[in-house]
Write a new protein. Structure first.
Length: 177
């Protein structure tokens, strides 16, 4: 096998990305403390043609050197908004018809593999603080809570890894892809 060159990958331009039909997902970052994690989420959001990212609370916003370092230009392609309080973002998204999905270990959560994506529904996926997770008041406002199955001694993934896992699984379930 031969490794493909960048020009062989058929990547779209930033302008084409902006004009493209997006996946029905908005990412909501609830008080993410690491700028590198935020940048990684931007890069992952770009890879999955995610509609936008809502940056909330203490979550850093572009332009930011550490975000730029891991985003590799995705802050130019992926739309984003800032909200002082995550609950403000949730209220706005609900008013626009989004179903809110908290990604958290909680009573009554649904395993990621069992969560059903419904055609015609747009989803806001809420990812929480690296240590404390999704704030309980935000979780209370969610329509669904989804948990990523884990089998080792640790009880959480890095926020950027969680975003990649969830977007991969949710996009696999979309029809058509």
């Amino acid at each position: 096998m031969r490794k493909l060159q960048n020009e062989e990958l058929g990547r779209i331009t930033t302008e084409q990305f902006i004009k493209s039909e997006k996946s029905p997902f908005v990412i909501v970052l609830d008080n993410i403390r690491s700028e590198s994690n935020v940048g990684s989420v931007f890069r992952t959001a770009d890879a999955f043609l995610t509609e936008s990212i809502y940056l909330c609370g203490i979550t850093a916003v572009p332009p930011n050197r550490d975000i730029r370092k891991t985003a590799l230009g995705a802050t130019e392609s992926v739309a984003w908004r800032y909200f002082k309080e995550t609950k403000e973002a949730i209220v706005e998204l609900k008013s626009r018809g989004y179903e809110i999905v908290g990604i958290e270990q909680a009573e009554g959560s649904v395993s990621l593999g069992d969560f059903e994506i419904k055609k015609g529904i747009r989803y806001a996926l809420v990812f929480g603080h690296e240590v404390n997770g999704v704030d309980q008041t935000v979780l209370d406002a969610c329509d669904h809570v989804v948990e990523i199955p884990q089998f080792g001694t640790k009880h959480s993934f890095n926020i950027a890894v969680s975003t990649g896992i969830v977007l991969w699984e949710m996009n696999k379930k979309r029809v058509p892809f």
